[in-house]
Ligand binder design. Structure first.
Ligand SMILES: Cc1cc2nc3c(=O)[nH]c(=O)nc-3n(C[C@H](O)[C@H](O)[C@H](O)COP(=O)(O)OP(=O)(O)OC[C@H]3O[C@@H](n4cnc5c(N)ncnc54)[C@H](O)[C@@H]3O)c2cc1C
Length: 190
C-alpha cells in the first residue's frame, strides 16, 4: 500500500482550490469554469507549451443546439441531435454521455461566452463550413452544430503571450493562444 503522506512538504509555496493538470481544451475549460465560479486555480503543464493537442487541432467542436445556429440559418432540436448521436455512435459508449452532451454542451458555450469572455461562431454548411459528417443518418444538420472560437488580440492575455505561443506553419501565433512557461492561465485569472 502506498504511504500517501510520504514526501509531502509541511508547507506549500502556493495553495489553491483547484489544481488542473494539463493545459489542453478539456483542462482549460475546467479551469475557466472553476475560476468564474470563484475558485482559485493553478494550471500545471508538463511541457514547455500550453495548449496540448488542442492547440494543433482543427479547432472545431460539435455542440448541438448551440445558440449560434440561427445565425447560419440552421434550426436544431433535442430529438434530432440525440438521434444523430445515437446513430453515429452505433451503440458504442455510454448512452448517458450522449444525453449529457446534448443537454449541457450548449450551456457550457453560453457560460464561456457570458462569463469568461470567450466568443464562438457556428460554421455554416457552405461556403467554407461543414455539415454533420454523416448526412445519411437521422437527425443530421447541414451546418451550425460545429463551432470555432472567435479571434481576439493576443495582447489581451497580457504577459508574454504575443511572443511565447506555439507558432503556425505561417510563423504567426496560432491556436495556442496562451503563454507558455506559466502556471496560471491569463484566461483563468481574468
Ligand atoms: C491535427 C488534429 C486535428 C484535430 N482536429 C479536431 C477538430 O477539429 N475537432 C475536434 O473535436 N477534435 C479534433 N482533434 C482532436 C482533439 O484535438 C483532441 O481530442 C483534443 O484536443 C483533446 O483535448 P484534451 O484537453 O483532452 O487533451 P490535450 O489537448 O492533448 O491536452 C492534454 C495536456 O495535458 C498535458 N499533460 C499530460 N500529462 C500531464 C502531466 N502528468 N502533468 C502535466 N501536464 C500533463 C499535455 O502535455 C497536454 O498539454 C484533432 C486532433 C489533431 C491531432
Amino acid at each position: 500500500m502506498i504511504e500517501r503522506t510520504a514526501g509531502i512538504p509541511d508547507r506549500w509555496d502556493e495553495e489553491v482550490d483547484l489544481v488542473v493538470v494539463g493545459s489542453g481544451g478539456g483542462a482549460m475549460t475546467g479551469a475557466i469554469v472553476a475560476r468564474v465560479h470563484g475558485a482559485s486555480v493553478v494550471v500545471l503543464e508538463k511541457t514547455e507549451f500550453v495548449g496540448g493537442t488542442t492547440s494543433i487541432s482543427g479547432g472545431g467542436f460539435w455542440i448541438p443546439l448551440n445558440r449560434h445556429m440561427p445565425e447560419v440559418g440552421v434550426e436544431d432540436n433535442r430529438e434530432d441531435a440525440l438521434a444523430y448521436l445515437r446513430a453515429s455512435s452505433g451503440g458504442a459508449g455510454d448512452p448517458e454521455n450522449l444525453v449529457a452532451l446534448v443537454d449541457n454542451g450548449y450551456k457550457a458555450i453560453e457560460c464561456l461566452e457570458d462569463r469568461a469572455g470567450c466568443s464562438f461562431r457556428s460554421w455554416p454548411g457552405s461556403p467554407g463550413g461543414t455539415i454533420d459528417y454523416r448526412p445519411w443518418l437521422p437527425g443530421w444538420r447541414h451546418g451550425g452544430r460545429t463551432l470555432d472560437a472567435g479571434k481576439f488580440p493576443l495582447a489581451d492575455l497580457g504577459g508574454s503571450s504575443t511572443t511565447s505561443c506555439r507558432r503556425t506553419r505561417a510563423g504567426r501565433p496560432g491556436w495556442a493562444i496562451l503563454p507558455r512557461r506559466t502556471t496560471t492561465s491569463p484566461a483563468v485569472v481574468r
